[in-house]
Design a protein around this ligand. Structure first.
Ligand SMILES: [Zn+2]
Ligand SMILES: [Zn+2]
Length: 147
């Protein structure tokens, strides 16, 4: 699937404002799609459309740092230790769903991992679905859980 097609499909489920921080949306608006690589966008599309198949919430009413984060975001600004999160590289989303818990979604993704276009990491033991496209095993494992 071409990048253009992936973004067109994703727009049925997410606006760019839902996926990037306020700073980025205010500066770039619709052009902010550029900060996500195609494989990460395709992963989000497959997870939303083909695996979970229910509405997913990225940025919530109270938190707008759940997709792309920039250097002006509070989570990044307040980081004391080295911080190089997948969220800063346009490779991560924190997602909620009204129909499934985060644990249920992680299980659904694990069961249908053959559908994933690239390996993913998921954060275990948290009440949201953190999914990113870092690949620490260089393709040996389709899913890596981290804490
Ligand atoms: Zn920001
Ligand atoms: Zn996250």
């Amino acid at each position: 699937m071409t990048r253009e097609k992936v973004i067109k499909e994703l727009k049925k489920f997410f606006s760019i404002e839902e996926l990037v921080c306020d700073h980025t949306f205010q500066k770039y608006g619709e052009k902010a799609w550029r900060f996500f690589d195609t494989e990460t966008l395709l992963t989000l599309l497959i997870v939303r459309r083909d695996i979970i198949n229910a509405p997913l919430i990225c940025n919530t009413e109270t938190s707008h740092q759940r997709g792309l984060r920039c250097n002006l975001c509070a989570i990044v600004k307040s980081a004391i230790k080295h911080y190089l999160s997948a969220h800063m590289q346009g490779k991560a989303f924190d997602l909620l769903c009204k129909e499934y818990t985060a644990a249920q979604m992680r299980k659904m993704i694990a069961e249908k991992q053959a559908l994933l276009p690239v390996p993913v990491r998921m954060e275990s033991g948290v009440s949201w679905l953190h999914i990113d496209t870092f690949d620490p095993t260089n393709g040996k494992q389709k899913i890596v859980f981290f804490e």
